[in-house]
Design a protein around this ligand. Structure first.
Ligand SMILES: Nc1ncnc2c1ncn2[C@@H]1O[C@H](COP(=O)(O)OP(=O)(O)OP(=O)(O)O)[C@@H](O)[C@H]1O
Length: 234
């Protein structure tokens, strides 16, 4: 479970997160919406200690993130907006293996995780391919596999679809849907709720560092307008 307990955060003196409270259960698929600058990325960066709250607390499985950064980073897989920037190796297999290797796991366990993670994103058997030769959609899936190889309880994706065309987005989304069905919590920050409206259990929308809507997707849409997010036309 991820809990934000009255979290406030400012860059220099500019408040960005404002006494925000929110809980995300294991296995939930949450769409995090909001206009540019509403604070989505800043909030998500608190989940694995990249940022620490000025006030309040962020808890992962009941423990403040900063009390045990390694535990928090093992529980939370993060995929950022431009997956290209987070690759650490030239080939798919080496990149996905990097996290488990840092955990000091046995080679057989590392290999098992790499295989299972690539299978989960529909890229089984492609370990030796070079990442720089992949399409954007394939790179997004490799980044997700890298996060999954840590066997996180939650996967947090910060607008992972930037620059992807519709087929690539749909392919990644269908993978995320099956992960959520298998009990990995998914938090997906997006401007475009059309992507996730059929998949999400909840839509949380932010404005000026606060939660303005937190509801089932159908009801959340009724409370949002095009200024916050791009909503599906029904
Ligand atoms: N490193 C930083 N230094 C100073 N201000 C920052 C920094 N990062 C973000 N901000 C500011 O914090 C506010 C929230 O930014 P944030 O990236 O969290 O919003 P967002 O909802 O993720 O936006 P987007 O949808 O455009 O990615 C913005 O006003 C932004 O300019």
């Amino acid at each position: 479970m991820i809990e934000f307990d009255s979290v406030s955060y400012a860059f220099e003196d500019v408040p960005v997160i404002d006494e925000l409270s929110l809980s995300i259960d294991d296995g939930e698929f949450v769409a995090l919406a909001g206009a540019n600058g509403s604070g989505k990325t800043t909030l998500l960066r608190h989940c694995n200690g990249l940022l620490s709250p000025d006030e309040g607390a962020v808890l992962v499985d009941g423990r403040p993130v900063e009390d045990d950064l390694i535990a928090a980073r093992s529980s939370i897989g993060m995929v950022f907006q431009h997956p290209r920037d987070q690759f650490v190796a030239a080939t798919i297999g080496a990149d996905v293996a990097f996290g488990p290797e840092n955990l000091g796991l046995e080679r057989s366990e590392i290999d098992r995780r790499v295989e299972a993670s690539l299978e989960a994103v529909n890229m089984a058997g492609r370990e030796t391919e070079r990442i720089d030769a992949l399409s954007g959609g394939e790179q997004a899936r490799v980044a997700i596999a890298g996060a999954l190889a840590m066997e996180p309880s939650h996967l947090i994706l910060d607008e992972p679809f930037t620059g992807l065309d519709d087929p690539a987005r749909r392919s990644v989304l269908s993978r995320l849907e099956s992960l959520a069905e298998n009990d990995t919590g998914v938090v997906l920050a997006t401007h475009d709720l059309r992507d996730v409206i059929d998949l999400a259990d909840r839509v949380v929308a932010m404005r000026n560092g606060r939660v303005i809507v937190d509801d089932r997707p159908d009801r959340a849409l009724a409370g949002l307008d095009g200024a916050e997010v791009r909503v599906p036309r029904c």
